[in-house]
Design a protein around this ligand. Structure first.
Ligand code: FAD
Length: 428
């Protein structure tokens, strides 16, 4: 982007925070509006999760952070992540013996990284906090936007005086970045201006979080704080469902059960709580020796059973005034481990294109093409945002489709003899 502009970012999740960092590094006046209170405040519950979850961070996300212009961000990430060099498939042989089968992700030994999502988010917010051209507005919910006049309205939630009617404020901007997640209000309001195609799908799967606790120091023969290999993403494939575990720095694992809605309903109806450990013993052998049966039951009952949504839309922008990024543009099912990674990559690609138009002085071309009259900076942005949608929509749709396909791979194909033969041939 050329001259200094007012950039309003809606949503302070990982993608909105990184977008704010890119905009702030270019000298713009950045305002971040976030529905919830500050994530760094211990009383704030992470969105959709009981606690912060850990995710698989891969090259897309890393590369976006490398280009954020803040070396301390990537240094922090490298210091707090755990490399996972492959999958570890857990199963049971016909004779009842348990087995583990490691499947490396890369012939050259490269790894994906396990990272605490909330920790990463907080780190970016800390960096933004130090920047004089960034202002945070927590407890501000976007309720309306006019993308012809570049105005938006936010409901201000006073956490101290919940009794009072919330007040509304009006905000003017040059460009709005909508990074407000799968149920994006920015996208909803943008649809009234852009001729947007939109598609959403809830898959027939719910997810619930569990925890493998770190190994206790006092356990005889314990050499590691991790009960299972920390350098793998662990999978218990169950054909129609699966259980996975991702390592955390403290020696624990964040685990997730993915299963069809009907299976969740059956287990929810189990008043005695006996079916849940039995289900795990039958389909995810070995898990009950890592998580006590009563902990399994407690987690299943206490933690939310959440849906999975896949969203596709196009274009991602309207004129020079707004663009949606991350889950707001392309929420995807988590089986390819690319939702956040692709969202962070959106930021790198968007600002790369904005910079290019700024350098090439696209203003004249925009006016000549009749895309936008008047304001030169707005004309440059309109061209840049149009290019961003054209470049990004096909890629994001492809990642979205791959994510859906990878569920079959993770829960079932890894078990098939043909898959194992192919893997064996690839590796030998
Ligand atoms: P969000 O994280 O949803 O943030 C949106 C923000 O906008 C929130 O803070 C919200 O409070 C705020 N907001 C919402 N509405 C408004 C409003 N009206 N006004 C103001 N603010 C608003 N991705 C990976 O890359 N790797 C993985 O391994 C991985 N595993 C996953 C596992 C599971 C079980 C799930 C569910 C997802 C996983 N993902 C993974 C996906 C990843 O969590 C998301 O893609 C990522 O969090 C999206 O970030 P975001 O910033 O776009 O949106």
């Amino acid at each position: 982007m050329g001259s200094t502009q007012k950039v309003v970012v809606v949503g302070a999740g990982p993608v909105g925070s990184l977008a704010a960092l890119y905009a702030a590094n270019r000298g713009h006046a950045v305002e971040i509006y976030e529905l919830r209170s500050d994530l760094r405040d211990p009383s704030t519950t992470p969105l959709n999760f009981t606690r912060s979850i850990n995710l698989a961070l891969s090259e897309r996300g890393l590369n976006a952070m490398r280009h954020a212009g803040q070396p301390r961000l990537i240094d922090h990430v490298m210091a707090v992540t755990i490399p996972m060099r492959g999958r570890m498939i857990h199963g049971k042989l016909p004779n009842g013996e348990l087995y583990e089968q490691a499947q490396d992700y890369d012939v050259h030994g490269r790894s994906i990284l396990a990272i605490d999502r909330g920790g990463l988010n907080k780190r970016i917010l800390d960096i933004l906090e130090d920047m004089p051209n960034v202002t945070f507005f927590f407890n501000h919910k976007l309720t309306g936007a006019d993308f012809q006049r570049n105005k938006a309205w936010f409901e201000v939630r006073d956490t101290e005086t919940r009794e009072q009617r919330p007040k509304e404020i009006e905000v003017q901007f040059d460009m709005m970045i909508g990074a407000d997640g799968a149920h994006s209000a920015v996208r909803y309001h943008m649809m009234k201006y852009a001729r947007m195609d939109y598609q959403q799908e809830y898959i027939d799967t719910l997810w619930c979080e569990f925890q493998i606790q770190p190994r206790k120091e006092s356990q005889p023969g314990s050499t590691s704080k991790f009960k299972i290999s920390p350098n793998h993403l662990h999978i218990w494939p169950g054909r129609d469902f699966m259980f996975i575990a991702i390592p955390s720095e403290d020696g624990s694992f964040t685990c997730t059960l993915f299963a069809p809605v009907a299976r969740f309903e059956e287990l929810e109806a189990d008043a005695a709580g006996t079916q849940i450990p039995e289900f795990f013993d039958k389909y995810f052998p070995g898990v009950t020796s890592l998580i006590l049966p009563e902990e399994l039951v407690a987690s299943f009952r206490q933690n939310p059973h959440l849906p999975l949504i896949s969203v596709k839309c196009k274009p991602y922008h309207h004129s020079s005034s707004v663009v949606v990024l991350g889950d707001a543009a392309h929420a995807m099912v988590p089986f390819y481990g690319q939702g956040m990674n692709a969202g962070l990559e959106d930021v790198r690609i968007l600002f790369g294109i904005l910079d290019k138009h700024s350098r090439e002085n696209g203003t004249a071309a925009a006016i000549e093409a009749g895309v936008l009259p008047a304001d030169a900076a707005a004309s440059q942005r309109a061209l840049a945002l149009a290019e961003y949608s054209a470049v990004r929509v096909p890629d994001a749709h492809a990642i979205n489709d791959l994510a859906l396909q990878n569920y079959t791979e993770m829960r079932a194909s890894v078990l098939s003899p043909a898959y194992r033969l192919r893997k064996f041939l690839e590796e030998s």
